[in-house]
Design a protein around this ligand. Sequence first.
Ligand code: RFL
Length: 387
Amino acid sequence: MVVLGAGPAGLVLGNILVDRGIDCVVLERAGAARVRTRARAGFLAANTVRILERHGLAEGLRRRGQPHSTCEFRTEDGRFRLDYGALGQREPHTVYPQQDLVSDLLTRFQERGGQIRFGTEAVAVRDVDGERPEVVAREADGRPGLWRARYVAGCDGRHGAARRSLPPGAVRHHRDHGVTWLGLLAEAPPSLDAVGYAVHERGFAGHMARTSEVTRYYLQYERGAPADAWSAERIWDELELRMRAREFGPLRRGRFVQRSVVDLESDVLEPLRHGTLFLVGDAAGLISPSAAKGANLAVLEAAVLADALAADLTAGDPRGLDAYSARCLTHIWRAQEFSHWMIGLLHGPTGADGESLFHNSLRRARLASLRTSRSQQDWFAEHYVGV
Ligand code: RFL
């Protein structure tokens, strides 16, 4: 088995396969230090934690992860909180930085005897409809490499080799939601004990705790502007304005240690299986970070594929592999639907034309339902934490 990419998808898959005695190698373009330190997601769904626990991969997050179950909306109509851990399925998130999770998974994979080749970039997957597909790679020393296996798992993200190697027949669903966020990591303690979503006429602002010393912020941003276009002071002023700090309390400022520009996009491929090649995680379906689903879907899909591969390779039962694509696409589209709903909830059109005013009124009504209707709150909680 060849696995492309050592993100959450590739490393969960690799860990489960090695644990089941299946020979597998992970090819990773980046170096080990980069893989262990790349800060991205942080909110893990209860089901993600259960999957990781079931496979002996949750030790670190059980020790250092923080349960989290409240979010706060700040809007032109005031603020309200949802204790989503007491609503819907009554499940909290676990806040655990993605780089810590990936680091734990990598350590565990190597302890279990898993093979990983850092600095090795997959260039193409060939002969996916044959019996033994081939991965053409550029090895760490720059020389070409060739890896053959019974199956290949493309866990190498949206711009990886797996997506580039699909035979004709793949359908791509792409949507640009027309919204851009500036993603920020601040060396500053969280400023509120909840996820903060601020809807403002100047644009969205978000606050998400990561650890007691680090907080992620998001700021709706001008499309195409570079990440360093604004000074730190301007960013903090804008965050305070949109989060209505004067009314609800100041933000605890600190140094920004990471800035990235994120265009909110959906990008799903169908099907997720092409002969011997399987797409997993962001390679299967990119989702905007508006509802914090990407890493959770990656873990779920990797676990589903690992079970199916184990059944096929150790017991000759191909049914799980046959069902993989349809099963995961159901989860992907439910997450896409909720994420799309969140984008509509958090971003109003900025124009003063009739169409914009109409959509802004709908958005306010949607927030009002969420503030007042218990059944709407239960629905929200179930989809917010679930994958
Ligand atoms: P990853 O993590 O991108 O890993 C892919 C790996 O493949 C390697 N690679 C290659 N290796 C070999 N050959 C090639 N040709 C290769 N091309 C790429 C890369 O170096 C990398 O190591 O994909 P994976 O495993 O599918 O995991 C997906 C998640 O990382 C992603 O969905 C989440 O980070 C999304 N996301 C969030 N998800 C959540 O569930 N909760 C969150 O709170 C959350 N916050 C976020 C996020 C994504 C963000 N960004 C990056 C837009 C916050 C942000 C800012």
